[in-house]
Design a protein around this ligand. Structure first.
Ligand code: ZN
Ligand code: FE
Length: 254
């Protein structure tokens, strides 16, 4: 199995997944990097997976369908996404070539956001990032926390394939929230070294995120205390604490 994050726009990743001669494309916001990669190695995708309707994740679909007419497209049942001929939702199981994925509804960033989990991989779009989570454009804090709880319960070795290279900015914020967490410090150092070498910091593992990502650590006393100190009164209940942490990040400039 080979997993390739194709950089797109300023900080997106389009994921290519290869096994023998089977290939999947996840969240092609732009067709050009996908067409270039497929041209370069003479391989064509079996299908496209989409996590949510934002243009930086779906914008390349029409051009890819023009290049490969009839290519199956699996995505949320949401009229805002053109080209989905296999609408999928929570509890569905998708089989493509050698892969099997379970579909999880993960509302929060958008109301119809889904994730694909299977074969040791998680494609989670803009729900979970390394050391962060997506902004709440459409869902509530309760929605997003419920989604993150579900993702956090997956096996520790799961490779987490996120939609953006946000790790360094997320790390700067996470270190303010949780300064005495050695796992977080190590992950930040590792991410800085990877970016210095021009490498993606992704995929990350769920175990690493459970250890370092403050949005998965809302029940840890140190994180709860940091939120309470920043926004007094906001930390009594875990949804309020999560909402306070998300708002804090929204206003944070490193
Ligand atoms: Zn998005
Ligand atoms: Fe995005």
């Amino acid at each position: 199995m080979r997993l390739t994050p194709l950089p797109a726009f300023s900080d997106n990743y389009i994921w290519l997944l290869d096994e023998d001669d089977a290939r999947l494309v996840v969240d092609p916001g732009d067709a050009a990097p996908v067409l270039a990669a497929c041209e370069a190695d003479g391989r064509a995708p079996l299908a496209i997976l989409l996590t949510h309707h934002h243009d930086d994740h779906v914008g390349g679909v029409p051009a890819l369908l023009a290049r490969w007419p009839g290519l199956p497209v699996y995505g949320p049942a949401d009229p805002r996404i053109a080209g989905v001929d296999h609408p999928v939702g929570d509890g569905d199981r998708v089989g493509i070539g050698p892969w099997r994925f379970d579909v999880l509804a993960v509302p929060g960033h958008t109301v119809s956001h889904i994730a694909f989990h299977g074969s040791g991989l998680l494609f989670c779009g803009d729900t979970l990032f390394s050391l962060g989570c997506g902004r709440l454009f459409e869902g509530t804090p309760r929605d997003m926390l419920g989604s993150l709880d579900r993702l956090a319960a997956l096996p520790a070795q799961t490779l987490v394939c996120c939609g953006h290279e946000y790790t360094l900015a997320n790390a700067a914020f996470a270190r303010v929230v949780d300064p005495d967490n050695p796992a977080l410090r190590r992950r930040q150092e590792e991410a800085i070294a990877m970016r210095d070498r021009g490498l993606p910091t992704l995929p990350t593992t769920l175990g690493s995120e459970r250890d370092g990502n403050p949005f998965l650590r809302i029940d840890v006393p140190a994180v709860r205390a940091a939120v309470a100190a920043h926004a007094p009164g906001a930390a009594d209940d875990r949804i309020e604490a999560f909402a306070g942490l998300r708002r804090w990040k929204d206003g944070f400039r490193a």
